[in-house]
Design a protein around this ligand. Structure first.
Ligand code: NAP
Length: 547
């Protein structure tokens, strides 16, 4: 076992004898931390939440870039735990914008009086488990120390913004922003020359809106992106009233879906190979016209079999060629990889934006960025000048926000050491060697492959029920066994290996972060996962040592 991380300059033995400040310390006040706090309070526990931002919202607090919007429909991307809450909140669009989701998060915080137990503007730097006292000692950026019996990382899957190391960054004299850390006061792009590096979901959403605001936009694209129209639209009163009149049933139907969403959108199980050309075209056209991420549910094997996947690839490639007027630009925008193995993007006018005269596309896959200069950047073959540089370069997903905290478990084991070969968990909820610590939507759970809010609710309820169960029986610690972890990691890999997901360089695999071990991090299939978690609890938390 490794020694304690060198950055931890305090030790858990500072915990006062058999006393603690709160029952549970929670890190993060996004949708996970907020519900964790509410649920634990309802069960009578004392909770301290720490949040680096100045208010609630998590990923929706930080991602304020122009065009930021959810890719799960609004009536689904909201809490289901409180009937009055889901009835009273009015969504205005099919897919909510970032400001509307943030307003919703604030409404929830007000409604349940959450802020009094959240310390904002305060990061958790380190947390160590005191084995003698069975307490977690947590050190925060304000220099304070908080002791809790349980420690919950509710830090989100896409919270740790990743900016590539490109030499000369400090020389650039213009403004530099990351989509995942967009300034609260906004960025004035009017009359400016703007560069965007990155064409994942964030870039694809931001580019059309930035193009309208700025004078000139240069998009630096390394890998072309498959993108499907979102077909966002105002949410009609009829649709909202209809869902609200049967919300419970609507939720139940979504819980039964592999991604915990989209029960009212056709999901097909048949093979694309069994369809005639005409049937295939009709189905894919229907999905394209309907819009949304479930385009790939048009046939049962699009994400299982490469020869089936090609039909969907070709379909989108044809669409790009139809939309983009300049054939050279269309060709540069045309992806070659498997569709869906990088997260499928949905957009509003993304490909259309490249028909604008103020938008230029640079393929840095074939002509890589060499350095950032005082006035712009240079690729191998050319110099570019601009006033604002936008990094839409994504996140150190799923593990980044956990590993940046110096967490130390039993025997001085650091989480960074434990996960040096990639994240290993039991159920995505618990890590051997780290008793009484839980991760909400951690690696090894369905998380990012589902409607996150629903996955968060399931985790929060499981964790809080577990804590209550332990206390009722006067147990003090719970810790996953190495055997349970081993079996779980195998299970996650086996499920992923049956699909095309591991076949390209995606953030699901950690492939976007140089040096990160390549492991498929989320688990496929929400309903099976929920059944497994329930079974573990029913069997007195099998796979855990309880003392
Ligand atoms: P991302 O999908 O990881 O995309 C990052 C982009 O930056 C990629 O195009 C990548 O190119 C490029 N890039 C990274 N380093 C680069 C470098 N050194 N030089 C040139 N290009 C570079 O990140 P994201 O767009 O922020 O999205 C991450 C996830 O957040 C999404 O998949 C989604 O789950 C979530 N998200 C959701 C929404 C929504 O709900 N609609 C919106 C935004 C984000 P390569 O592909 O070549 O690596």
């Amino acid at each position: 076992m490794s020694a304690k991380s060198p950055d931890v300059d305090f030790d858990a033995s500072l915990a006062p004898e058999e006393s603690w400040d709160v029952d549970v310390v929670v890190v993060g006040a996004g949708f996970a931390g907020m519900y964790m706090l509410h649920r634990l309070r309802e069960l009578g526990y004392s909770v301290q939440v720490f949040e680096g931002g100045t208010d609630v919202g998590g990923t929706w607090y930080w991602n304020r870039y122009p065009g930021a919007r959810c890719d799960v429909e609004s009536l689904e991307y909201c809490y289901s735990f409180d009937e009055e809450l889901q009835q009273e909140w009015e969504w205005t669009e099919r897919y909510s914008s970032q400001p509307e989701i943030l307003a919703y998060a604030n409404h929830v915080a007000d409604r349940f009086d959450l802020r009094r137990d959240i310390r904002f503007g305060t990061r958790v730097d380190a947390a160590a488990f005191d084995e003698k006292k069975n307490l977690w000692v947590v050190r925060t950026s304000d220099g304070a120390q908080t002791v809790g019996r349980f420690f919950v990382m509710a830090t989100g899957c896409l919270s740790s913004a990743a900016t590539p190391e490109i030499s000369g960054r400090e020389k650039f004299t213009g403004a530099v922003v990351h989509t995942g850390r967009w300034p609260q006061e906004g960025v004035d792009l009017k009359g400016k020359r703007v560069a965007v590096i990155g064409t994942g979901s964030s870039g694809v959403q931001a580019i059309p809106v930035i193009a309208e605001q700025c004078d000139e936009l240069i998009v630096f694209q390394r890998t072309p992106q498959y993108s499907i129209p979102a077909r966002n639209a105002p949410l009609t009163d009829d649709r909202q009233l209809d869902v609200k009149s049967r919300y419970e049933e609507f939720r139940e139907a979504n819980f039964a879906m592999p991604q915990a969403l989209g029960s009212e959108i056709p999901n097909y199980n048949d093979s694309v190979h069994d369809a005639s050309d005409e049937q295939r075209r009709k189905r894919l056209e229907g999905a394209w016209d309907r819009g949304g991420t479930l385009f790939l549910a048009s046939f049962g094997d699009l994400l299982l079999d490469e020869s089936a996947n090609v039909y969907a690839q070709d379909f989108v490639r044809e669409k790009i060629a139809e939309i983009v007027q300049d054939p050279k630009t269309a060709s540069k925008l045309t992806p070659e990889h498997i569709i869906g193995c990088k997260r499928l993007v949905i957009d509003t006018d993304y490909f259309e934006t490249f028909n604008r005269s103020n938008v230029h596309l640079v393929d840095v896959g074939s002509d890589p960025i060499q350095r950032i200069t005082e006035s712009g950047l240079s690729t191998l073959s050319k110099e570019f000048e601009f006033d604002v540089l936008v990094f839409a370069t994504g996140f150190d997903a799923m593990t980044g926000s956990i590993l940046r905290v110096d967490i130390t478990g039993r025997d001085g084991l650091a989480i960074q050491e434990k996960w040096s070969e990639g994240p290993r968990t039991y159920l995505g909820l618990s890590v051997p060697g780290f008793p009484n610590m839980f991760t909400v939507s951690g690696p090894g759970s369905p998380s990012v492959l589902t409607n996150m809010i629903i996955s968060i609710e399931q985790h929060v309820e499981w964790i809080s029920d577990c804590i209550a169960w332990l206390d009722e029986r006067q147990y003090v610690t719970i810790e996953a066994t190495s055997e349970a972890e081993e079996n779980w990691v195998d299970h996650v890999n086996t499920k992923a290996d049956r699909t095309l997901f591991p076949s390209c360089n995606s953030w699901y695999l950690g492939a976007n972060v140089p040096g990160k071990t390549r492991v498929f991090m989320p688990l496929l299939g929400f309903p099976g996962y929920v059944r497994r978690c329930d079974q573990v609890a029913e069997n007195n938390y099998e796979g855990f040592v309880i003392q």
